[in-house]
Design a protein around this ligand. Structure first.
Ligand SMILES: [Ca+2]
Ligand SMILES: [Ca+2]
Length: 147
């Protein structure tokens, strides 16, 4: 029984090592953008009011030479991109480097008053760069839209 357990552990470790090796290799060959931070100056605001919005985009893997587009959406659902609010360019990023952005934005008419809305930030929103993880490019925060 002990020997069988050792074999199982050995095979498991070998597979983990292989998976880690593959992940490491793809990190060397492909960038990985993530939304490191997303913030808004106000927890509540009405349509037409001005708020400050900012984000930090980080590349944790291979350096890039192309700029990308980051989009800001507002939505009543944290995972659905319902209304494009703003977009900005993010410069090419070396490995483990970040780009910060902030601006004054007007709460758009497509925000839904009287309920919690979500500000959603999407890195590389136009899919300019191929990444080793395309599923970690979004972050969201809530904002209540005053009636
Ligand atoms: Ca990514
Ligand atoms: Ca991408």
């Amino acid at each position: 029984m002990k020997r069988k357990n050792i074999l199982v552990v050995g095979v498991s470790l070998a597979m983990m090592g292989l998976m880690c090796g593959l992940a490491y290799a793809s990190c060397l060959t492909q960038p990985d953008y993530q939304v490191d931070d997303l913030w808004c100056s106000d927890a509540a605001a009405g349509v037409g009011e001005l708020v400050q919005v900012g984000d930090v985009i980080t590349n944790t893997c291979k350096s890039t030479t192309a700029g990308t587009t980051t989009r800001i959406y507002i939505s009543t659902n944290a995972t659905q991109l319902m209304c494009l609010w703003d977009f900005h360019s993010t410069p090419a990023l070396a490995r483990n480097k970040s780009a910060s952005w902030s601006n004054t934005l007007e709460i758009p008419a497509c925000a839904v008053p009287g309920v919690t809305n979500y500000i959603i930030c999407v890195a590389d929103a136009t899919a300019v760069i191929s990444e080793n993880n395309e599923n970690n490019n979004r972050a969201s925060i809530s904002i209540y839209i005053n009636p």
